[in-house]
Design a protein around this ligand. Structure first.
Ligand code: HEC
Ligand code: HEC
Length: 262
């Protein structure tokens, strides 16, 4: 019997396996170095060569240029807003300015019109939102025109005034409301931390607003805006990442829960 040479292209098995291996290699290289880098939502590649260098981890000529997003990012300095110890003059001046806000946010900062409540909100959160409406990092047809005319001092005084007002009165919520799972423990497998770890009273991440007593319609509309990217003023996408990982049912549940507590 004639002994066929194993490593020879005359051997059909050998040539087929080499061919298949090469095809897999080429397919993976094109996918990994060209197709996938281009498919990235924020891809700004100048050409195929840059895409290959980028995917392989080599610096390209444009690597030194800072990458600026196509939208306005928040530049509010929330750390500079003092909580609880605003001078009385600031609160007083804020109260005068707030007269123009009462029609929607209520004369005591508690809205009856599905605008967010502002009474007892953290000063840093109010200041940040006004700053973002003014800079264009957050946009809203109703709020933007108000914020455009505000000075830095106006925003700080309004924040001090609303933070000083008491929240919804005790007893206005359903007693013994048990927090649903998405609120109490988040969803660790999907990277969602418990809401209270940032929005809580004791554990409050600077700049994240108090949600208790806000209308379910408002909470839901904000979660949906973070989810579909129409609101992008949250620093480092903290809320966009969470809202995108939540199911629509969880958004409803969380909105109804926060609306029912103070
Ligand atoms: C004509 C109604 C109206 C008036 C007047 C108004 N607002 Fe608003 N405000 C809204 C609405 C509606 C929203 C929610 C916007 C959204 O859905 O993005 C809002 C949002 C806000 C927020 C963000 C709250 C949060 O929890 O994110 C702040 C802060 C705020 N307003 C402050 C003010 C201040 C201060 C004034 C007065 C100078 C004022 N508003 C006047 C309707 C109004
Ligand atoms: C990692 C911290 C963090 C966690 C966890 C978190 N949030 Fe937030 N959330 C924020 C921050 C910060 C903001 C303010 C974003 C900005 O700067 O505009 C925010 C804003 C919001 C707003 C908009 C409120 C307003 O008045 O404008 C809603 C609604 C909200 N979060 C709901 C939730 C819910 C529901 C959960 C739990 C499933 C949750 N968040 C978990 C940090 C967090």
């Amino acid at each position: 019997m004639r002994q066929e040479k194993l490593f020879s292209f005359a051997n059909r098995w050998f040539s087929t396996s080499v061919g298949v291996t090469l095809a897999i290699f080429l397919f993976s290289a094109i996918m990994g170095f060209v197709v996938l880098p281009y498919a990235e939502p924020d891809s700004r590649l100048a050409g195929i060569w840059e895409s290959i260098c980028n995917a392989a981890g080599f610096p390209t000529s444009r690597s030194d240029e800072p990458i600026t997003p196509a939208f306005t990012v928040s530049t509010a300095d929330v750390g500079s807003v003092a909580e609880h110890d605003a001078p009385a003059t600031s609160v007083g001046r804020g109260a005068t300015l707030a007269q123009q806000c009462a029609i929607c946010h209520g004369p005591t900062g508690i809205s009856r019109a599905d605008s967010p409540n502002l009474a007892g909100q953290y000063a840093a959160a109010i200041y940040k939102q006004l700053h973002d409406f003014k800079s264009g990092a957050r946009t809203n047809a109703v709020m933007t025109p108000f914020a455009l005319n505000m000075t830095e001092r106006d925003m700080r005084d309004l924040a001090a005034y609303y933070a000083y007002l008491p929240r919804l009165p005790e007893g206005s919520s359903t007693p013994n409301e048990v927090a649903p799972a998405i609120v109490a423990s988040g969803a660790p497998m999907r990277g969602i931390a418990p809401c209270g770890s940032c929005h809580g009273d004791i554990e409050n991440k600077l700049g994240s607003p108090w949600l208790g007593g806000q209308s379910a319609v408002y909470i839901k509309s904000q979660l949906m805006s973070f989810r579909n990217g129409t609101r992008k003023n949250d620093t480092s996408q903290q809320m966009r990442n969470i809202a995108r990982a939540m199911t629509l049912e969880e958004i409803d549940t969380a909105a109804n829960f926060f609306a029912s507590i103070q």
